[in-house]
Structures are given as structure tokens and as C-alpha cells.
Design a protein around this ligand. Structure first.
Ligand code: APR
Length: 318
């Protein structure tokens, strides 16, 4: 059987981490693409030299040529610029929409059957631009945000209750911005819902509220700590979980920015919702029943995404 091929577009902080994780998890051969000369080749060689120590056989190649991504099974896109302290994800729209155009053309010409995961921000709008530019079916492309936002929420909850992160489950939905919606009712510790844990005295409502707020601003917290660049370890881990679910047909239920055609009352927009990811790509969108309050927050988040997509239209990126 032919080896699986994973193309990583963007060989920056997240791209390099994705390449290393793909190797460590034996997901397949890796092609690391970037417009910068030397960087993808250098990172690929460095990771290939870690392979004998770690014991993985993946071939890792760095390139500046889109022809090298031909036939890729999965493409993970991080090309573009990250934010600087004080910037919102939305400030990146002009530059990154143009980048998505180029990347989309590269995918269309070389691997139109791949499952594509977009990480570039502002996520929900960039995945839309990328899908249009690549001309691929909407079930074969999604954005990575929900797994990351939920992981941040899970980490904070586990720390506050002094329990293993493994036993904490959480859903964060909506757009990948400060209006994202951590759904506390569906967040659990070993199956026990968060509202019950509040009643049991495991955590106070005030603490839950502050964790929700910290989760919403989780990306910004790291941007200000780093001083330059944005988070890369957890974003890479999150995208790898999605790629693995597709490649191994695991059918994991993962929140991601998926194309909606009527679900949640939203038409023709990519927004963070729970999905099933398997060999068919985004195989299903899970429709939760919201309370009025949750619906209001979700609608606000969707409105923000729609505004960004409209500004991409005005820029001529769509
Ligand atoms: N084609 C391919 N690669 C590009 C292009 C392009 N047109 N433009 C920029 N790049 C490359 C850069 O050369 C750089 O190596 O994208 C890479 C981005 O890497 P970093 O600057 O290290 O950014 P990173 O932290 O990896 O984040 C990438 O993901 O989370 C989002 O907001 C973040 O949009 C940002 C993206």
C-alpha cells in the first residue's frame, strides 16, 4: 500500500510542529512547503535527523514548489502571518486572504482530492476563502479552532478542579474569536456536567465564568506572553488530532469550523460546530439544542464571521 502523504503549507512555528508530530505519530510522509527559501528544507532536514532517534520512518521533504504536494492525502494550511500583541485575529484578514488565494490554487492544481485543514487566521473567514480558491467540496475542508479552544477550556477546568485533563470534556463552538461560545452545559468531568459540578461544590460559578472568559481570550494571552508570534504547540496538536481521525477513519466527534447549509439556521458559512471526522472528511454536523442564551451568543458569533467573510468579498478575495 502506498504511503500516506501529508502536505503542510507554511513551514513556520505551527508548520514545523505539525511536521514533527506527524513523524512522531507515524501519520505518513511529510512535505513542508513555504515561500521562504531554505526554511522548509532546513526544518525538514532537522526533523528527518530526529527520526533515527525517535524511530519513525516518515520521509520529510522541504520545498518551495507546489508540484511536490501532488497527490497529498491531507493538507494542513498555516501559511500567512500570525498576530502581534495588541492585534485581533481579524486584523490579519487583508494579508492572509491573498495568501489563501495562492494556496487554494496550489491545492486545486496538485491535490484536489485531499482533506484540507485550515489553521490560518481569521480562521472562519480564511477557510471560506480557501475552499472557494481550491474549488474543493465543502465536506473535504474544515478549519481548526474548536479542538484548540476546547483544549484550552479543558486545561483550565482540569487545573481548577485538580483532576486529570483526560477526564475533562468540553465543547467550544461558534467563530474562533472573542465571541466564541464555550457550552458549559455539555462540558463534563467523567460524564458529570459542569452545572452539576457547581452544585456539588467542585467549582464555583464565578470560577466557571472566569474560565469561560479566559478561554475566549486564550490565544491573546499567549500572544502577549510570547511577545512575537502566536501559539503553536496546542494548535498543531489539535490539527493533528483532526488529520488522524480522517486518515484512520476514526469518526471522532470534534468541534471544527465546518460548512453549514441550513444547520443551526446558518447558510453558506464555515462556523465552529461539533462534527464527525472520518474517511469522508466532515461526515456529519452534530446539531445541539441551544438554550436561548446560548443561541444568542452563537448568533452573535456567526454575525461576526459573516462580517469578516463580507470584508473578504469586498477585497475581491472571494
Ligand atoms: N505561501 C506559503 N507560505 C507563506 C505564504 C504564502 N503565500 N506567506 C507566508 N507564508 C509562510 C511564512 O513564510 C511563514 O513561514 O507562512 C509561515 C507562517 O509561519 P509563522 O509566521 O511562524 O506563523 P504560525 O505561528 O505558524 O501561524 C500561522 O496560523 O494560528 C494561525 O494566526 C496564525 O495565521 C497564523 C497562522
Amino acid at each position: 500500500m502506498a504511503r500516506t502523504k501529508i502536505a503542510l503549507i507554511g513551514a513556520g512555528q505551527i508548520g514545523g510542529t505539525l511536521a514533527l508530530l506527524s513523524g512522531l505519530k507515524d501519520l505518513g510522509d511529510v512535505v513542508l512547503f513555504d515561500i521562504q527559501e531554505g526554511v522548509p528544507e532546513g526544518k525538514a532536514l532537522d526533523i528527518a535527523e530526529a527520526a533515527p532517534v525517535e524511530g519513525f520512518d516518515a520521509r520529510v521533504k522541504g520545498t518551495n514548489s507546489y508540484a511536490d504536494i501532488a497527490g497529498a492525502d491531507v493538507v494542513i494550511v498555516t501559511a500567512g502571518i500570525p498576530r502581534k500583541p495588541g492585534m485581533s485575529r481579524d486584523d490579519l484578514v487583508d494579508t492572509n486572504a491573498k495568501v489563501m488565494h495562492q494556496v487554494g490554487a496550489g491545492i486545486r492544481e496538485n491535490c484536489p482530492d485531499a482533506f484540507v485543514i485550515c489553521i490560518t487566521n481569521p480562521l472562519d473567514a480564511m477557510v471560506y476563502v480557501l475552499q472557494q480558491a481550491a474549488g474543493i467540496p465543502t465536506n473535504k475542508i474544515c478549519g481548526m479552532a474548536g479542538v484548540l479552544d476546547s483544549a484550552r477550556f479543558r486545561h483550565f477546568l482540569a487545573e481548577a478542579m485538580n483532576v486529570s485533563v483526560e477526564d475533562v470534556n468540553a465543547f467550544v463552538l461558534g467563530g474562533h474569536g472573542d465571541s466564541m461560545v464555550p457550552v458549559t452545559r455539555y462540558s463534563t468531568v467523567a460524564g458529570i456536567p459542569l452545572p452539576d459540578l457547581v452544585q456539588m461544590g467542585w467549582i464555583s460559578q464565578e470560577k466557571v465564568d472566569s474560565i469561560v472568559e479566559r478561554t475566549r481570550k486564550g490565544g491573546g494571552e499567549i500572544v502577549s506572553l510570547l511577545g512575537s508570534g502566536s501559539a503553536f504547540y496546542a494548535p498543531a496538536s489539535s490539527a493533528i488530532a483532526m488529520a488522524e481521525s480522517y486518515l484512520k477513519d476514526k469518526k471522532r466527534v470534534l468541534p471544527c469550523a465546518a460548512h453549514l447549509s441550513g444547520e443551526y439556521g446558518v447558510n453558506d458559512l464555515f462556523v465552529g460546530v461539533p462534527t464527525v471526522i472520518g474517511e469522508g472528511g466532515v461526515e456529519r454536523v452534530v446539531e445541539l439544542r441551544f438554550t436561548q442564551d446560548e443561541q444568542r451568543m452563537f448568533d452573535q458569533s456567526v454575525a461576526n464571521v459573516r462580517e469578516l467573510v463580507d470584508s473578504c468579498r469586498k477585497l475581491g478575495a472571494i
